[in-house]
Design a binder for this molecule. Sequence first.
Ligand SMILES: Cc1cc2nc3c(=O)[nH]c(=O)nc-3n(C[C@H](O)[C@H](O)[C@H](O)COP(=O)(O)OP(=O)(O)OC[C@H]3O[C@@H](n4cnc5c(N)ncnc54)[C@H](O)[C@@H]3O)c2cc1C
Length: 518
Amino acid sequence: MIGRRMIPEHPSVPDTIGPRNPCDAARLPCGAARRVLVVGGGVAGLSAALELAERGYRVTLKEAAAVLGGRLHTRDERLRTGTFRVEHGLHMWFWQYYNFFDIIRRLGRERCFRPLEEVYYEFKAYRPEVVRSVGPYPFNVINVVRESPNLSLLDVAGARGALGDMIRYDHDLNHRRFDDETFEAWGRRARVSRRFWDIVMAPVASVTLNDPARVSAAEMLLYMHLFFLGHPRAFRRLVATVDHGTALIDPWVARLCSLGATVEVSAPVAGLLLEAGRAVGEVGSPARHDAVVLASDVGGLHRILAGTVACDAASAAALAALRARLRRLAVAPPYHVLRGWFDRPIRRRPVEAVIETPQHRPINLIAIFSMLEEQSAAWARERGGSVVELHLYNTPELGGLAADVVHESIRGQVEQILPELRGARALDLSLGAFQNFTSLEVGQGKSRPTSDAAILAGIPNLALAGDWVHTRYPSALMERAVSTGREAANHILFADRVREVPLSAARKRGPGVLPRFG
Ligand SMILES: Cc1cc2nc3c(=O)[nH]c(=O)nc-3n(C[C@H](O)[C@H](O)[C@H](O)COP(=O)(O)OP(=O)(O)OC[C@H]3O[C@@H](n4cnc5c(N)ncnc54)[C@H](O)[C@@H]3O)c2cc1C
């Protein structure tokens, strides 16, 4: 086993959102047959399905792809040198993923994760940075600057305008205040120095899978709060020591099945069927459901809404309202994930297993899988080689290219960052080409619906979940997907007078200027 396990215990969770109906029963009464259709088998759909199935609901989960997990999926790939478990791409679980860690604990999967205490950056124009958070706020931030080979306290003083917005983060006002301007425009307005921008700000936008020049300031301030400033340990991350499927998705699905859920793959839902203002099932299927959770990605959402059929005037009015509400949601540009099995070993300090490379476009992140996961480590040991994954975000120019062509086009840059691979042969390559990431562009944050947007539009038994859904507390990415999945389940539980599941959340406000010890 690589490394030791460690899921944070969170001695004091910043915020707990209790059930609206604490006196209701903990689950459906025996014999009550309530059927729920969950559309989408990413972590949002799996989260909703788990809460409902545990409370006695008959859940049917339908996933369009051949594997479950959505952007956290793992597929089996037969390549020249073996059959490998290949993920959609490296994922990391951050300290403030309270609801996701709750699921990991409930599934008993803590042993499959280990912490990465530090973040490692390689720049073109600056020396590498190892960022670690030591001590309470604001000493942890001061320490980051003190340990930096590139930054001085003068740089920080020069960035005080920007830092002011960051430490005074207010989740209730954030999108109203900052979603109309790009992150870059905000940085210029705050007169952030080039050096501070390059080393502290730009790296955050670089790993959003969006075009950094178009990303909204509000979304980035939320990221800064959630992943850096909102908690002294906020940027402590966990990585899986086995593939994401084995670590999480497979046991999650097994738990659902053991609770009686029906889980279908290669089962795209073309549209929903609305009758008398309620979502009763999917187009083309006779099965009827008491409630529906729509947990697809944004592209799937628009296709499903386009294919949804309203059988009467009340349904048509509600559907029109919902379509209007969700119309502006967009998808980020295409991205690529290239994994290579190389005939040269890479031996680095543990902190360098994940390298963020904000100035090496089109490479945004490098994950040395032979230092992270057991199967890759075993392959590397046996072959005297290494397994490396390259994340190439915002790369429409690579569309349609074969894996070896993509590799050739970036080989020089890879070797610059990883000189160990100079002259190395790629024994196997696997390329994932996708366009399914949530847009974080200007205006998107303000357009996001809440998980009850369909209910508010007049469809009382339809709930929304996914990382494109707004939460009234700070959340993003996988944590938002899992949290909104739980919210979606809660809307259904509430309507059925079953006690809602509590949610844990990050603080809604930035740390301010005074020291904070929790
Ligand atoms: C390369 C990469 C790295 C990432 N790294 C991190 C990270 O380190 N930390 C982090 O927190 N997040 C990370 N993310 C983001 C994270 O993957 C997502 O935020 C999260 O997985 C979203 O989950 P979801 O359930 O909302 O959506 P998805 O995972 O997209 O799931 C939606 C599912 O709905 C299905 N679907 C769509 N249409 C239909 C239909 N008509 N019928 C049935 N099913 C349908 C899709 O096939 C998909 O499986 C990363 C993402 C990528 C791509």
